[in-house]
Design a protein around this ligand. Structure first.
Ligand SMILES: Cc1cc2nc3c(=O)[nH]c(=O)nc-3n(C[C@H](O)[C@H](O)[C@H](O)COP(=O)(O)OP(=O)(O)OC[C@H]3O[C@@H](n4cnc5c(N)ncnc54)[C@H](O)[C@@H]3O)c2cc1C
Length: 596
């Protein structure tokens, strides 16, 4: 059976030694009282919930899956899921990052992100039921009317109701401008919605009494394309004026998908037949409002893969220490045994260290971005909020795509560590690979993330946000470039920084002649920038580890070794990525379509 222990030591390292979140909290009036001990205590309790309550359900939930009743449209989640959700609510976990005004605990995003990392390691599919709720909460908080907020936010905060996001339709996923669902205005200010949505995560289930769907649809006179999309809140049960539940609304789950992974999360086909809804925000500006939820979800998906990377790593290490096969090429390392444990073999080490480095780099980036969100939302100074907001915007596609691509590589490498046993369901490793794959697809495929980064966030912005990040890197290089022991980290970081600048200019110039050049380079480009970000954080982590390596705490020795592995074995991937990005569009579009 798989194992999982929340990596609290490394989480503390990132929060307190790398990011020093407590100092930042002191600059944010809302979080000024939150200290290291409070945060650690929350994480310790969170770790218990994840390890003891939802982790034991991960494998059984995957095996059982969800059940759909065609006559009642009801969805039943696997055994134990509903009870685990009740404990989640009882523990106050849904309220962690929500506003006290609506019953929330008002803790920083950083706390929520760290909790979600552990939850995703423990059981990604289970966590998606409450996970989407938080995005719905944020969208309503940012764009809902006071009446909508009062009706829905307390129940989403307490976890009594969950939320969904209903964007995708059979004929449109990436291109939401094509969507057809309709919303007819009613005399009482509500709307009647009709249409079909597919692939709706947690669209129907048995854990809560009401489900709050956020639905994109078109008004009768809406312009074509993305400029004609509005956003509506459509509850499963209508809510009476006194807050009690009323009639069943016309939104039903007509089927659930059979899919590669996350079996225990119901992926629903939803039919809206005259369902009553209320508009969120302004007419035809629904996509803008929905972006609040989509951005939160994109970061959340990156954290899903961070969680899977960590749990796959932990299991692969345990297996590699236990499994004996062949002797080390340099002579027996366990002469008392008939063979050496496979962890002695260099390539097994490479697979383990790849997962470890991707987990540690991903944790540093994800928690840093969560802290930037806390600054963006709460800093008293408008400039500080803007700076942080720019970093969040720039990094969102990187967190989503780089962490999920890495998660796929890492879980696959960890499965490989098990040899044939990794492919067998009993060990649980193949589930992590299957679960990790969807993260590269939903919430905008990783290709779409890369277009967002290169097209919108970098080129359309004349590189302003990227330059801001470049400034952080340049300052670090300037400060540490003179330190002998830091050369091995600072030099490759500086070199990659220069190359990213040149590559960005080159693609920008080419794109002026042919916009397809952006599409041809974007995926490689995002990986190169992702590595720049990881190199920056690994260099910063190495600096701390170097200073403390004589402390006698093996944690710092391991951190340094992981940073060295990252720079020596993973960062060099950027050379081939840059070459591929520079090769441009010609090799891709030269062949005419009919030759395919
Ligand atoms: C398990 C699961 C859960 C999901 N949960 C939800 C949910 O809760 N709510 C919801 O609304 N949706 C959900 N989705 C839908 C998901 O977000 C979409 O599947 C995804 O956005 C891709 O859309 P599509 O499947 O229609 O693919 P398409 O849009 O048809 O894309 C097909 C391929 O073309 C590529 N492509 C498209 N346009 C471009 C372009 N301009 N340049 C380059 N390449 C391009 C894509 O990257 C992709 O590789 C879920 C999907 C799954 C499988």
């Amino acid at each position: 059976m798989p194992i999982y222990k929340a990596p609290q030591r490394d989480m503390h390292f990132v929060l307190h030694e790398l990011l020093d979140v407590e100092s930042t909290f002191k600059t944010l009036p809302k979080h000024a009282e939150i200290d290291r001990d409070t945060l650690n205590a929350v994480l310790e309790e969170g770790a218990k919930f994840c390890e003891d309550i939802i982790f034991p359900l991960n494998k059984s939930g995957d095996e059982e899956g969800c059940h759909h009743d065609k006559t009642t449209f009801a969805v039943t989640t696997p055994k134990g899921y509903k009870e685990a959700y009740a404990k989640f609510v009882e523990g106050g976990w849904p309220a962690l990052g929500c506003e006290p005004e609506f019953g929330g605990q008002g803790l920083p995003q950083v706390a929520n992100t760290a909790f979600y990392e552990m939850g995703n390691s423990a059981n990604q599919a289970w966590l998606m039921y409450p996970g989407l709720t938080h995005g719905a909460y944020e969208c309503l908080l940012a764009h809902g009317s006071d009446a909508l907020k009062q009706t829905y936010l307390p129940k989403l905060t307490s976890g009594e109701w969950t939320g969904t996001m209903c964007l995708t339709e059979p004929h449109c996923g990436t291109d939401l401008g094509l969507l057809r669902s309709k919303a007819e205005p009613q005399a009482d200010g509500s709307y009647k919605l009709s249409g079909q949505k597919i692939f709706i995560s947690a669209g129907e289930h048995d854990m809560v009494e009401n489900i709050v769907h956020l639905v994109l649809a078109r008004l009768p006179d809406a312009p074509a394309g993305t400029k004609g999309i509005s956003l509506f809140v459509v509850p499963k049960f209508l809510v009476n004026a006194d807050g009690t539940l009323g009639a069943r609304n016309g939104i039903n789950c007509n089927g659930i998908e059979h899919k590669m992974g996350i079996h225990s999360n119901a992926t629903c086909q939803m039919y809206l037949e005259g369902a009553t809804g209320w508009m969120i925000g302004e007419p035809n500006k629904g996509l803008n409002a929905m972006f609040v939820m989509m951005n939160a979800a994109r970061l959340g998906v990156g954290v899903q893969s961070l969680g899977l990377t960590e749990v796959a790593y932990q299991n692969a290490v345990a297996y590699a220490k236990d499994r004996i096969q062949m002797r080390s090429l340099s002579g027996p390392k366990a002469p008392d045994k008939p063979a050496d444990p496979i962890i002695v073999h260099p390539d097994v080490r490479k697979m383990l260290l790849t997962a470890r480095a991707y987990a540690e780099g991903g944790r540093a980036l994800a928690y840093w971005i969560a802290l930037q969100i806390d600054i963006e939302l709460n800093h008293p100074d408008a400039d500080a909020r803007k700076e942080a907001g720019d970093m969040v915007a720039l990094m969102t596609p990187i967190v989503k795509a780089f962490l999920t691509d890495n998660g796929w590589t890492a879980t696959s490498a960890c499965m490989q560590v098990y040899g044939g046993h990794g492919y067998i369901a009993e060990w649980g490793m193949e589930q992590y690979v299957r679960d990790a794959r969807i993260n590269m697809i939903y919430e905008g495929t990783n290709t779409i993330q890369s277009l967002d980064l290169l097209g919108r966030k970098v080129l359309m912005d004349n590189g302003a946000k990227l330059k801001k990040f470049g400034k952080l890197v340049a300052t670090f290089i300037e400060d540490e470039g003179v330190v002998e022991a830091m050369q091995e980290f600072v030099n490759p970081l500086a070199d990659l920084g220069d190359k990213v600048q040149k590559l960005t200019m080159e693609i920008g110039m080419k794109a002026m002649g042919n916009p397809d050049e952006v599409g041809a380079a974007a995926v490689d480009y995002l990986r190169v920038v992702g590595h720049l970000v990881f190199a920056y954080f690994f260099a910063r982590m190495a600096k701390i580890a170097l200073a403390k390596q004589d402390s006698g705490d093996p944690f710092y020795t391991a951190k340094l070794a992981t940073a060295r592995f990252y720079f020596a074995k993973l960062l060099p991937e950027t050379a081939s990525l840059i070459r591929s990005a520079r090769a441009g569009v010609k090799p891709l579009l030269d062949m005419s379509e009919d030759l395919f």
